[in-house]
Design a protein around this ligand. Structure first.
Ligand code: ADP
Ligand code: ZN
Length: 730
């Protein structure tokens, strides 16, 4: 039942999603209300969504305080979620209303339950259909189970509503009235794989953690294919048996489809899905069902952390090292760290799964804060690939070739046996640089301080910062000479040309995020490859992420040195993780020993040697020692301040003034570095300047930062963003 702490007419505080910087005062409605109630309140001429957030501050003229318009028909936000939002806001220095917005990102929460018209596939689908009709059928198949409205279906199928109506007339598509939000069918925890070896002890430990029902963090470490997913699904099963809700976070939408199938096979039905690819109608359903306890397993992206769970019993963060867990726009937060915070407040275990954990997590294990479980072998007889370097210095390759003789020979041998090879190059597009051979001018973006990347499939130059495009110029924009513009360096599209020329018989597939219009199209390509539909795969980092290609036995890394350039403090760690992840794609099938070859110009580089040597613990210890000596994360704290403005002088002056007024920071022993132009000094016409704050691990950084920044009010067109624990230094 509702708690009615506040009697009708009492003064209460209401947090809205409006950017007002404070909780507003209202009067409790005639029914009374309690903390956490979702309400609609008047704000100026509008009505906005809010949550009752404790007693009123009482600093508003009581005569002017307006009553809450009405209580919404949703279970109140639990104290646990309110505490999480408040702590996350404090940690990331984000205004609370913005946090509330993350927790209410479902449409129509103010509307009641109602019927609506939805569409699904009829019993028979004829083979001969027009393209538009075919797309409708495909869209309905892709969203199997999730009801779609006319608008959503038309958008997914890129057709007019009349196409759908036509299919309804023919009985191919069925139209029906359905309640807006249906509960998710319960999952059946029985069954599961028969675990083996150290899988058994790992699963037992996780099951015990779930049964204990207390907060704990466990690193589940094991190479790709060692059964981490199988093991943590046992913890999910225990959570379901206990009648609690489980959340599994995945770093990439393209991975969810494969995972959902696995859950369906294991638990008999599909779980709730939450990410940007889910329709608005389904989002609303998931939000409501999570809030009423009618969804027991949620699979999703970062933002699923902000759903209104009733009885959260387990959080799993799969591929916990993945950089896409860091949200780099809007509210800047790391979902892995926020998962740990949410679990700590909810009092439930969190499992961080990875083959190549982040140094942060490794250090927390060393410090005794996290438990570690190891899966040491691959399931079945599948072996880890052999890792070797190819020294590129003696190779005399022409300027438009990147594949060494040794790698080419290995690819040819695989193709002849009907096995797959993967050539890895972490560069989208055709060529990273377009250069004038007459004057040396490089084509840059008009709005950003970045070179434009040629994308030959699109026949355009693209800015990877802002997305602006322009045609490849025939004449040099600087000196006007015609016919001397040249592509320099390789991207995956250009590598594909070399592969096609050298292996004319081979079927080639390129996997690069920009080549697919939707997550679904990318998924379809991945499925085709997994079923043997390509001999040679050319891919960017999206191939490193957990996709399973059974016929793949060779991985060739075109440029293993790429990630080691630049001054990012995590360059070594990232390269180590990425190379091991990519190499791990090879040879997952029994009887097929995989091989990974790393082309490098610096085979003696310590990181390259660590990757080849395979002594992971030695690598982590060396990396940890360096970071500790430098006082940087995870052994020190950092915050980035990114200032941007169309006016370059203004943004520098403001940043310099802020840096001068560093007393609040010095008080906690922190230092400010900068201002310095950001490595990408201009994006979308805005000039960017960075300040970097470094502090001891135990220093109370956030309150000091808040006090420091509050000293100066930024001019209207200057934006200031605080990035706690920055991952990217662009
Ligand atoms: P990871 O998550 O570590 O990459 P998975 O859990 O995906 O590993 O396991 C790799 C493959 O081996 C999957 O196809 C999985 O179903 C299978 N597998 C792992 N352990 C077992 C087991 N004990 N019994 C049957 N199949 C298993
Ligand atoms: Zn640009």
């Amino acid at each position: 039942m509702h708690d009615r702490t506040y009697a009708p007419g009492d003064l209460v505080g209401v947090l809205t999603t409006e950017p007002l910087g404070r909780v507003l005062d209202y009067r409790a409605p005639e029914t009374g209300c309690g903390d956490g109630d979702f309400v609609e309140v008047p704000l100026g001429p509008r009505r906005v969504l809010g949550v009752v957030w404790g007693k009123a501050r009482g600093d508003w003229d009581p005569a002017k305080v307006r009553p809450i318009h009405r209580l919404l028909d949703a279970p109140p936000m639990r104290a646990e979620l309110r505490a999480f939002l408040a702590r996350a806001a404090d940690y990331t220095l984000t205004p609370l209303p913005q946090m509330l917005r993350l927790a209410t990102r479902a449409p129509g929460l103010t509307e009641g339950t109602a019927l609506r018209r939805v569409y699904r596939l009829g019993p028979t689908v004829p083979n001969q259909l027009t393209d538009a009709r075919h797309r409708v059928i495909e869209a309905l198949r892709a969203f199997a189970g999730a009801p779609m409205t006319l608008g959503e279906l038309a958008e997914e199928a890129a057709c007019t509503p009349s196409v759908i109506k036509g299919l309804v007339k023919l009985g191919i598509v069925l139209e029906e009235e359905a309640p807006r939000d249906l509960p998710f069918p319960p999952l059946d925890p029985k069954g599961g794989a028969t675990l083996q070896g150290d899988q058994i002890a790992a699963a037992d430990a996780l099951i015990a953690a779930v049964a204990a029902g207390d907060y704990s963090t466990t690193l589940l470490k094991g190479v790709t294919g060692s059964g981490k997913t199988e093991v943590y699904l046992e913890a999910v099963a225990e959570c379901l048996r206990a009648g609690r809700q489980a959340l599994v976070l995945l770093p990439e939408i393209a991975l969810t489809a494969e995972f959902l199938k696995r859950v369906e096979a294991r638990f008999g039905t599909r779980p709730a899905e939450w990410h940007s690819g889910v329709t608005q109608t389904e989002r609303r359903r998931v939000w409501k069902m999570v809030a009423t306890g009618n969804a027991s397993l949620i699979v999703g992206a970062r933002s699923a952390l902000f759903l209104p769970y009733q009885r959260l019993g387990l959080i799993v963060v799969d591929e916990e090292h993945d950089t896409s867990y860091k949200q780099e726009e809007g509210v800047l937060y790391n979902a892995r760290d926020m998962a740990v915070l949410r679990a700590a407040i909810a009092g439930c275990p969190v499992v961080l799964a990875s083959a190549t954990p982040s140094l942060e997590t490794w250090a927390n294990v060393e410090a005794g804060k996290y438990t570690r479980l190891d899966l040491s072998a691959r399931y079945g007889a599948a072996e880890l690939p052999d890792l070797r370097a190819i020294d590129m210095r003696p190779e005399k390759l022409p300027a438009d070739r990147w594949i060494s003789a040794r790698l080419a020979a290995e690819v040819a041998a695989r193709t002849a046996k009907g096995e797959q090879s993967l050539l890895f190059l972490n560069r989208r597009g055709y060529a990273p640089v377009t250069l004038c051979r007459a004057c040396g001018h490089q084509v840059g973006c008009d709005h950003c301080d970045a070179r434009m990347v040629e994308h030959r499939f699109q026949k355009r130059l693209v800015c990877h910062q802002c997305g602006a495009t322009k045609p490849v110029p025939a004449a040099c924009p600087a000196c006007g000479v015609e016919g001397r513009m040249a592509a320099v360096g390789p991207g995956v599209e250009r590598l594909a040309e070399e592969v096609a020329a050298r292996f004319p018989e081979a079927r080639i597939a390129i996997l690069s995020s920009d080549l697919f219009g939707s997550a679904r199209a990318l998924k379809a390509q991945i499925d085709t490859i997994a079923q043997g539909g390509a001999d040679i795969i050319i891919g960017t980092q999206i191939v490193a992420k957990g996709h399973n290609f059974p016929l793949l036995t060779l991985v060739g890394v075109i440029d293993a040195d790429l990630g080691l350039q630049g001054s990012d403090l995590r360059a070594a760690e990232r390269t180590f993780q990425l190379m091991r992840q990519v190499a791990g794609r090879a040879g997952r099938l029994e009887g097929r020993k995989g091989m990974a070859l790393l082309q490098t110009h610096q085979p003696e580089h310590p990181v390259i040697r660590a990757i080849l040597g395979g002594d992971e613990e030695a690598f982590w210890r060396a990396e940890a020692a360096e970071r500790r000596a430098a006082g940087v994360p995870p052994y020190g704290r950092m915050a980035g301040i990114i200032l941007s403005s169309p006016d370059v002088a203004q943004v520098f002056d403001f940043a310099a003034e802020l840096a001068r007024r560093d007393t609040p920071l010095r008080r906690i022993g922190a230092q400010v570095y900068g201002p310095a132009p950001a490595p990408i000094a201009r994006v979308r016409g805005r000039h960017r300047v960075r300040l970097l704050v470094k502090a001891d691990k135990t220093a109370p950084l956030q309150p000091a930062l808040a006090e420091w920044i509050a000293q100066l009010k930024p001019p209207a067109n200057l934006r200031l963003a605080v990035d706690i624990d920055p991952q990217s230094f662009l």
